[in-house]
Design a protein around this ligand. Sequence first.
Ligand code: ZN
Length: 154
Amino acid sequence: MKTRFRIVPLGTNVADAARESAAAGAPDHTIIVADSPRGYPCRHCLRFAQPGERVILFPYAAVPSDHPYSESGPIFVHAEPCQRYAATNEFPVELRSGRALRAYNSNFDMVDAEVVNGDEPKAVIEKLLQNPEVAFVDARSVTRACYTFRIERS
Ligand SMILES: [Zn+2]
């Protein structure tokens, strides 16, 4: 039996708060103009910002504080409002390469991890979610380890 999953992009409330903080000049929110087509993935629409588009770089705690695996790291969102990724039963096409999938239990402890690189990631996700201990899976960049999006059972 297959485990069904859904992609969970960054919340619109988080993206909007980042835009407000950047507009207010928060020192940990920087506006950057994308200068390459595959270097600036927006965590809200789950597409790469295209050269010339502005993104906000800011820290995001994918694993909250007070846990052994607590982690805050840099992510991008488009500086202009964008549409939250809606095809939540599909792994985002633009982000199939170079992703590490980290599986966590309900206490935010990392219990497994796999790398997907260009192949259909669905089988890897199904395998990770078949472990009943796994509560969710985070997709991260293989090269820079930045949080990209979350995957939950649907
Ligand atoms: Zn976006």
